[in-house]
Design a protein. Sequence first.
Length: 69
Amino acid sequence: MTDWQPIETAPKGGTRILVYAPRAVELGRDPIRIDEFRDGDWQHTNKHYWPATHWMPLPEAPLERENDT
């Protein structure tokens, strides 16, 4: 797995990534969210927005086994 990188190095081409926004903790929110940069701005999955300081790629999805439901 990749380590957290400075947000300034995040991909800007619409790639969904994990971001870390430490200010969210101050208000009891989860500091890790999924974002993507498109149309000149960050598109985030949370209705509240706190600036991210770090990012990392999303992990690979788990492999599905035939017996999984």
